[in-house]
Design a protein. Structure first.
Length: 169
């Protein structure tokens, strides 16, 4: 079991000191899902949501979320992100509860002393919240979740790749 590093000698929370860690190229990919009614997805696809182009706004919101992660996650280091890419995959086949899905996948990159996993997962979360905000007038029952780290590379711990059984893929 790994030792928790976000506590000081007094047992109080602290930001981990990464001063002595070697800077490496770091990449994290995270994913999440928004479940919407079929009519909501059709409205999104046809540009018939009153607030505007839902996925374009959610894409920008995801990038902004990645950049603002240390403002909402207390122990995250402010990082110079070198890339944030937000992508959406729409599935118009309703699931067993009658909902279609929009999968959000975000890739975040940096070269630095600490990883970008939290930035990737925050970006997914903010993009999902933005989709909800833009569509709530027509579908208050939207759900989102299944937010997880798909992969990460760089740093001392090296490569992590979520296994397909755990991710439901």
């Amino acid at each position: 079991m790994s030792q928790l590093t976000h506590f000081n000698e007094s047992g109080r929370a602290r930001m981990v000191d990464v001063t002595d860690k070697a800077p490496t190229q770091r990449v994290a990919v995270a994913q999440g899902k928004v479940l919407v009614l079929p009519d909501t997805l059709k409205r999104i696809q046809d540009g018939r949501i009153a607030k505007g182009d839902v996925l374009a706004v959610a894409q920008v919101a995801g990038v902004m979320g990645a950049k603002r992660t240390p403002d909402v996650i207390p122990m995250c280091h402010p990082l110079l992100l070198t890339g944030v890419d937000v992508n959406f995959t729409e599935d118009d086949h309703p699931n067993s509860s009658g909902r279609c899905s929009i999968t959000i996948e975000v890739t975040v990159k940096t070269t630095g002393n600490t990883g970008v996993e939290m930035e990737a997962m925050t970006a997914v979360s903010v993009a999902a919240l933005t989709i909800y905000d833009m569509c709530k007038a027509v579908d208050k029952g939207m759900e989102f979740g299944e937010i997880f780290l798909v992969s990460k590379s760089g740093g001392k711990s090296g490569l992590y790749q979520r296994d397909s059984v755990a991710s439901g893929s």
